[in-house]
Design a protein around this ligand. Sequence first.
Ligand SMILES: [Zn+2]
Length: 45
Amino acid sequence: MKTVKKCPVCNSRSITLWMGAKLGIQYLCKKCGYHGPLVIEEDSE
Ligand SMILES: [Zn+2]
């Protein structure tokens, strides 16, 4: 099943992986600038 990642702040799909050096994998929203480990994952269908 495919999922799509969404920003928890602005709900946009412009989420990209953002590698924090020490914090591990985080995500970056290109739209509002949010970054952190939490994103919303929804079914894409
Ligand atoms: Zn956002």
